[in-house]
Structure formats: structure tokens, C-alpha cells
Ligand binder design. Structure first.
Ligand code: SF4
Length: 322
């Protein structure tokens, strides 16, 4: 992805809700995109799938295997989706037709991208259900979506997403609606699929705990822009951007002194800026930043190298270092 920009109509004008995002994804890699609600991460994922909302204008470059996708027709995007890149999100129920069986829907997904007989599509569907840990896959084929638990519904959704062997899976808050134990199982399953299939994973989440254990690299977004990019291990060891530091400080944690009871966390003061009135020419995080200094209100930082990471913050501007 290069210089990706998604402009959406707000209050009679176009506002860049995703603004100049660059990243590379290697085969088999897991990249997490994190940030608070409204930071642009879901819109970024939708743009990557050619599913930007109506009225949005997407510019820049999205290239998969050397093929440019920005500017593709709806029909071209439809062919890419499912075949090369697939999506799972937090509400699997809305992905299914409630009056058709899970099996029928996975069979249909297989046949949408492959010219195979119905019997072969059924065999593939059962295989996918087995792969995602569905108990008794052959029987599971006959189930209706509403009869499945949240965890099984998410597994069935994954089986459908994998129906045509995509190279990239975009998982948008895949575990938000699940309880902690089931969420952990689904994340483990994603790891297994990634390793077994060399599946590339783009994980959209607000949950830094998920990032710590399931991502190789992380992009932190704020107000539509990338503010830090780092290997996951570096992000947790030495977060560079003040926003990343604030996000990490806001994670609930056990107090060292009263480890069995007290939970402490620091809220980030203020709110994510309204994109329509985002001030230009300053750091977007300045109103909430405890490390704000002279240039922050009069100039806009770019991305600077910060150790092994990159951060959009004047603290790393080599011109300002003494
Ligand atoms: S540029 Fe300034 S205000 Fe923005 S994050 Fe860095 S220190 Fe804080």
C-alpha cells in the first residue's frame, strides 16, 4: 500500500479519514493495525478489500502480487475478494444468510471462485470446516447459522473466508464479540492457519493484548495517519510515539504491590479529533500529548526513524536533536 488516501464526505466536504498510509505485507506475515475508534483502521481495511463506503474516494496504490487495484472496477474487485484476499469481522452472523445451512453457503463460496462440481465443492467445504476445528464437520454442514455458538459461528465464517484459498486474510476485530476463552481459541486458530497455509494476516484491533501475542509487526494509527510502525516486540519494549506510550499505559494491569486485587490503568486525556475539524499544520496528537513542545503547535511532524521503528513525532526529528 502506498500513500493510500480515503476521503469521505462529511458536512458537505471531503475529509481524508485515511491519509497517506504506506505499508508492505510479506507472505505469511501478521501485521496488526491498532488505534482507538475513529482512527481510520477499519476504513483502511475496507479500502484494501475494495469495500470503501459509497461516496468515498480512494487514491494512492494498493498492489497485490504486483497487480494494481486502486481504480479497479466493481467486477475486478469482486474477483480479487475471496480469491486473493478475504475478510472476517466481529459479527459473523451478518455474513451468513440465516435461511441457508452453513454447508450450502461454504459450498457456494467455493464455487464462486472455482469451477468444480458440487460434490467436490462439498468435499472442500467439509475440509475447510475440519481445518478450522469444527467438531464433526460433515454434520456441521447441515447446521443453520443461528444454531451455532459465537465461537463456532466465527469458525464457520473463517471456513467460508478460506473457501477459495486466499493469500491474505483481513481480520477486523475478529474476537471483539467473543468471551475471553473463545477469543483466545480463535486467535490461536488464526496463528495455526497462518503458519500452516503461509497465510498473510492483517489484524485490525483496538486490543493491544492481541497484538502482543499474534502480530509480527504493528502499525499504530491516529486521526487517519500512521503515527508509529514497529516490530511487535519493539513496540512493547520501547514504544516511541507518545500516543503509543499512552495506549500502553491505558492497558489494565495488576499492581505490583497488590498483585491479587488492584487494577490500575491511565486513561488518555481528551478525545480523538473530529476529522472534519482536524487542525492543519500541527501535530494531530498535540492537544492530548504530555510531551508536547515548541514545534508541535506550529508544524506537522512526518515519520522519522526512531531506533528500529518509525514514529510521526518531532521528538525524533534529527533537525531538532542537539
Ligand atoms: S510531535 Fe509533539 S505533540 Fe506530537 S506526539 Fe510528538 S511530542 Fe507530542
Amino acid at each position: 500500500m502506498r500513500d493510500l488516501r480515503v476521503e469521505v464526505p462529511i458536512g458537505g466536504r471531503r475529509v481524508a479519514a485515511v491519509d497517506g498510509v504506506d505499508f508492505d505485507l510479506a507472505a505469511g506475515e501478521s501485521l496488526a493495525v491498532v488505534g482507538e475508534s475513529g482512527c481510520g483502521k477499519t476504513l483502511l481495511a475496507r479500502a484494501l478489500l475494495g469495500l470503501a463506503p459509497e461516496g468515498a474516494r480512494v487514491s494512492g496504490s494498493i498492489s497485490i502480487g504486483g497487480r494494481e487495484l486502486v481504480g479497479s472496477s466493481a467486477e475486478e474487485w469482486r474477483r480479487v475478494r475471496g480469491k486473493e484476499i478475504a475478510l472476517v469481522f466481529q459479527e459473523p452472523a451478518s455474513a451468513f444468510d440465516p435461511v441457508a445451512t452453513v454447508g450450502a453457503q461454504i459450498v457456494e463460496a467455493v464455487r464462486a471462485h472455482r469451477k468444480v462440481a458440487r460434490s467436490e465443492a462439498r468435499r472442500i467445504a467439509i475440509e475447510r470446516l475440519r481445518e478450522v476445528g469444527f467438531p464433526d464437520p460433515a454434520r456441521g454442514m447441515a447446521e443453520y447459522p443461528h444454531r451455532l455458538s459465537g465461537g463456532l459461528k466465527q469458525r464457520a465464517f473463517l471456513a467460508m473466508a478460506l473457501a477459495s484459498d486466499p493469500a491474505i486474510l483481513v481480520a477486523d476485530e475478529p474476537t471483539t464479540a467473543l468471551d475471553a476463552t473463545v477469543a483466545a481459541q480463535v486467535l490461536e486458530l488464526l496463528d495455526r492457519l497462518r503458519l500452516g497455509r503461509r497465510l498473510t494476516l492483517l489484524l485490525i484491533t483496538h486490543d493491544l493484548g492481541t497484538v502482543a501475542t499474534h502480530a509480527d509487526r504493528v502499525i499504530v494509527m491516529y486521526a487517519g495517519r500512521v503515527v508509529e510502525e514497529a516490530r511487535a516486540v519493539d513496540l512493547f519494549r520501547e514504544p516511541r510515539h507518545p500516543y503509543t506510550r499512552a495506549l500502553l499505559a491505558s492497558l489494565p494491569r495488576l499492581s505490583a504491590r497488590t498483585r491479587n486485587a488492584a487494577r490500575r490503568f491511565d486513561a488518555i486525556p481528551g478525545v480523538v479529533p473530529d476529522l472534519a475539524s482536524r487542525p492543519a499544520g500541527t501535530c494531530s496528537f498535540a492537544p492530548r500529548c504530555p510531551e508536547r513542545f515548541d514545534p508541535c503547535d506550529s508544524d506537522e511532524p512526518t515519520l522519522y526513524p526512531a531506533g528500529e521503528s518509525i514514529a510521526r513525532c518531532f521528538l525524533y526529528d534529527p533537525r531538532l536533536r542537539s
